[in-house]
Design a protein around this ligand. Sequence first.
Ligand code: SF4
Length: 213
Amino acid sequence: MGEKTRIAVTPPIQVGGSLFTPEQLVKIGTVASTDSKIEMTNFQQLYLEVPLERSDAIKEELEYSGLEVYPSGFVTKSLIACNFCKGAEKGGLVAAQVLNRAIAGIVTPTPLKVGFAGCALGTSEPLLKDIGVVKMLNTFDIYVGGESKGIKASIARLLISGLSEAQLVPVITAIIDYYKANAKGKEKFSKYVHRISIEEMQQITQTIVSTTS
Ligand code: SF4
């Protein structure tokens, strides 16, 4: 094989969680060449090595089979959502899908993970992600700065509570834009939150929220 590139493949956000159909797994195996590496990441994406010159065609084939394809590397990962065990409506499935479409693949200083939980039980571990969204009855709380890696792992802190569904995308894209504009080089999001302080982030977020209310 000539030059290779790596793409991130995931099933859509759905009730039941990160579910592949047998046909989709066959499709992934078919488009990958025999010497391709397929990696299971810890953020609900499969990394698939494909020939660079065929990557667009492969992406189309995978999407045709119902899968989603994103860039790998220094980008916002596709939303790491829960299983929506309380059902689509109670868990905010549509809000999660809309948010995912808005943020997945945005180029960022370091890989950025955004978690989404359909209730306060938080089984998708949103407080261990860079940004965590938790649905609370009819509104959403946002947490920032979680870090699951290393011996200095930390829990995300509450940034803002009581957001409406319509406010989720503008607020979270603004948080990401602000991080992109103000990170020092390849500064990790959790370090950046610690440096600029949760209080400053809360002020910025309040300004965004007041323009969306
Ligand atoms: S976070 Fe809540 S709604 Fe989502 S799977 Fe866990 S318990 Fe169910």
